[in-house]
Unconditional design. Sequence first.
Length: 406
Amino acid sequence: MNSLSDRVKRLFRPMGAPIEAKRSAVAGLLGSEFSTWVGTAGPRWTSRNYRRLAEEGYRKNVIVHRCVRLIAESAASVPWRLIRYGKAIDRHPLLDLLNRPNPMEAGKALFENFYAFLSIAGDSYLEMVTAADGAPVELYVLRPDYMKVIPGTNGWPRAYRYEAGGQVHDFAVDQVTGQSAILHMKTFNPLDETYGMSPLEAAAFGIDIHNAASGWNKALFDNAARPSGALVYEPGDGGHLSDEQFTRLKEELADTYQGALNAGRPMLLEGGLKWQPMAFSPQDMEFVEGKHVASREITLAFGVPPLLLNIPGDNTYANYQEANRALWRLTLLPLLEKTVCALNHWLVDGFGDGLALDIDRDAISALQAERAAAWERVGAARFLTINEKRRAVGLEPLPGGDVLVS
């Protein structure tokens, strides 16, 4: 039986030539570092708590939640294009696989999960299932917190270890070609060669401030939506409250006057008690502006213009359409191009020579205005031939099209 790695080895070596194992000049240094910390043969755990990031960020913070959803859903909505020897083709088993990667999911749902995990964890893993002849037949997204990377000695992993439900499975990595049944896509991490860096780590302080502000709001409403105050005991004879009286007074305040249902309820005070409101308020502490600043910091870490989330402040975009184009140009297109390169290297080679995967940029509605302007400029250029104009807008040349149009 020919494995995928065996077929890949044949693709990248001359006929009859022996397979030669090559490695990076610094691979030994990386191996020594791994060995010093965790042992060369042991799995290397991620340095941060994924569950804490997902809980405090995605589940509890509305700004993070919306940023992740916006990036994942938008990126997954772009259709794929398949090109063979320079010509686009509409039907192919690879396109069928990407549109229906497994019996439980459609292609958009699978890649939505893939991009969401990348945004939350900084790492995302895609599993390839192959048939008996080595052809890819199914794709699955794996949870990053269940995956551990077992480092090798040549600069890339020796295996990927997946632990879930008390079961452990190792996905081997070919130490010559680097091929594996696992595609590991990660964000840049300047302090870790193995795992990516989550945008949530960069936005951690902003998330804490935003969550604390939301908790403040909740506590404020629980306490009758007014600033704190104090009950002052002023007896005429100069006495003081007994422990029993003090405890009973606290219980009556909590049971009778706190909570949203008791907002505005008149307070009945006994002799010697006087209500003294505090002088400070959330507004005095620039509470609202602080929360907006934290929101803008979070969106900055994800590359989402604050205007798209209706966050007030120093918006640098004139309108919503301009901000949406910036999201696609600066965040989504680089993410999609990175994914295309990874899939071409990891998946497309298993379907034969001459194939290249790409995205259908014409299907991105946010870029239609730019595309229309480009068509207008190219169409008005009299110094270009028909085929030069077609190539400039991404179309295939026509027979006899190498002529100027008057």
